[in-house]
Design a binder for this molecule. Structure first.
Ligand code: BES
Ligand code: ZN
Ligand code: ZN
Length: 514
């Protein structure tokens, strides 16, 4: 989707659909807001009439804004009002959602261009720059559809314009920059969604490696692909064990190096779980929990998206992306419960449950990147545990870290990007629970306690004291018909690309080294 700013007034310029935000009317106050006078003129009094009969209320029932459509009698397209809810609860995320609701309205309704009257989306505490960034996010992400396998598709909006009008015309240059920056990040999310949505027969570990190679070619990044032979030479026993059951789709580890734009830039390693299909392996999952497991590669795909955004924006830090890719399926060559495998850094892992495979593949990626690159910090992204979904739901990712500064930085980026994170504790209790009788660590615990945190304790033992943060994105990485209703309007059906926005924002703000 093309996005742009335009100095003109939205109602005069008239896109196919022109959108205005509308706050919920205060109780017992029926007077028509003076601020809507011009919108009312554009509809020749229809808006005021709808207001009077309480057809438009500006509400956000069930997390979604009320969308009302007025066909303008002057023939200049449609005016769409979108509910922003009560003023006291206004936030950037409401703008993001409202923009998505407007572009979603456009689907299959013959609207090629959509315009937003910026002034109607700016109010305390949402400043004008924040509103522009949120409108871009909402429009681009909300307009996304995974259409590769549809033989016919509904028409969608192709162009979104943010109209500055007289009020903000002076800020055009600055707002153009804000728009370009947000559009780059949103485009990278969309790009990542297209890969994450691919089914497991297509998106094999080798295919993820090829996506990385293509990205490297486009941006001049060094990409190294380790195949199963090389992985054996290197001693990556974790990835090899998990990927051992697959006959057609052998495992890969992929390393992408973005050199960074600043001389004193820090080195940030980003490691992603890339299980292209998680059947559970020998510890087979029940059928209903298996259906969505093509999304178990979402962490690795987010790493690709982050590198794409970092390279496009020429961000200051040096970024090393690592994708730990394998297909976890049962066969005669699968790893088994009871096996002991040796990870890259020499530590041994007792496998108690082959379905706890994410931490096993990540152990190699974390160990490798720490030894090879000595990064200033490591961030990993993984659809790691069902326990994350139980604890935090489908909208908020779990953040676990051994470093307060890194955690604070990520939480600040979370507030900015609108991707919610919640920090969870990591203590000796969790570390004790992952100790093994027969090896250094075990990959699962026999009692169902703090599953998200014991998984994190396992990962921590492979970063050797490097400042590290783990994002468990099992819930927010994708939506299903069952959960979508409660997830933000800008999340499409399927993969959400969660993690790209928050980590890119973090890299943008990362202070120089030392
Ligand atoms: N990929 C799953 C986690 C998951 C669950 C992701 C739901 C997305 C939605 C992971 O590999 C897994 O199966 N974890 C097990 C670990 C357990 C066996 C220790 C889990 O969470 O049940
Ligand atoms: Zn699993
Ligand atoms: Zn998994």
């Amino acid at each position: 989707m093309k996005v742009q700013v335009d100095r003109r007034d939205g109602l005069a310029a008239a896109s196919d659909v022109t959108a205005c935000g509308l706050f919920e009317r205060p109780e017992k106050d029926d007077t028509f807001p003076r601020t809507l006078q011009r919108e009312d003129e554009a509809t020749r009094g229809l808006l005021k009439a709808a207001w009077a009969r309480k057809e438009v209320k500006g509400k956000r029932p069930s997390l979604k804004g009320e969308v009302t459509v007025f066909h303008r009698p002057d023939g200049k397209g449609r005016l769409v009002t979108v509910g922003l809810g009560h003023r006291s609860k206004f936030s950037p995320d409401i703008v993001r959602r409202a923009a998505a609701e407007v572009v979603r309205y456009c689907r299959g309704r013959g609207a090629r261009t959509v315009g937003f009257c910026l002034g109607t989306f700016v109010a305390d505490p949402v400043r004008v720059e924040t509103a522009v960034a949120a409108l871009v996010d909402g429009a681009v992400l909300g307009n996304y559809e995974f259409s590769k396998y549809h033989s016919t598709t509904e028409g969608r909006a192709e162009e979104a314009t943010i109209y500055l009008g007289e009020e903000f015309g002076r800020d055009e240059a600055a707002l153009k920059k804000v728009l370009a920056n947000s559009a780059t990040i949103a485009d990278s999310v969309v790009w990542a969604r297209d890969i994450a949505n691919l089914p497991a027969d297509t998106a094999s570990p080798q295919r993820l490696a090829e996506e990385a190679l293509a990205l490297g070619k486009e941006f001049g990044l060094k990409v190294t692909v380790f195949d199963e032979k090389k992985l054996a030479e290197m001693g990556c026993g974790g990835i090899l064990a998990v990927g051992g059951g697959s006959n057609g789709h052998p495992p890969r580890m992929v390393v992408i190096e973005y050199p960074g734009g600043a001389r004193r830039g820090r080195t940030v390693a980003i490691v992603g779980k890339g299980i292209t299909f998680d059947s559970g392996g020998i510890s087979l999952k029940p059928a209903p929990s298996m259906a969505d497991m093509k999304f178990d590669k979402s962490g690795a795909v987010a790493v690709l998206g982050i590198l794409r955004a970092a390279a496009t924006l020429k961000l200051p830090p040096r970024v090393i992306g690592v994708l730990c890719c394998a297909e976890n399926v049962p066969s005669g060559t699968s790893y088994r419960p009871g096996d002991v495998v040796r990870s890259f850094n020499g530590k041994t892992i007792e496998v108690l449950n082959t379905d706890a495979e994410g931490r096993v593949v990540l152990s190699d990626g974390l160990g490798y990147v720490v030894q090879q690159y000595h990064p200033d910090e490591v961030i990993d992204l993984a659809t790691l545990t069902g326990a994350q979904v139980i604890a935090l739901g489908d909208d908020t990712a779990g953040l676990i870290s051994n470093d307060d500064k890194l955690a604070q930085g990520l939480l600040a980026a979370s507030a900015l990007s609108g991707e919610p994170l919640w920090r969870m504790p990591l203590t000796d209790y969790h570390r004790e629970l992952v100790k093994s009788e027969v090896a250094d660590v075990r990959n699962s615990v026999e009692i169902p306690v703090a599953g998200m945190l014991t998984a994190a304790a396992f990962l921590e033992s492979f970063v050797g004291g490097t400042p590290w943060a783990h994002l468990d994105i099992a819930g927010p990485a994708y939506t299903t018909p069952r959960t979508r209703k409660w997830q933000p309007s800008y999340q499409n059906e399927g993969a959400t690309g969660f993690g790209v926005r928050v980590v890119t924002r973090y890299l943008e703000a990362a202070p120089p080294r030392g």
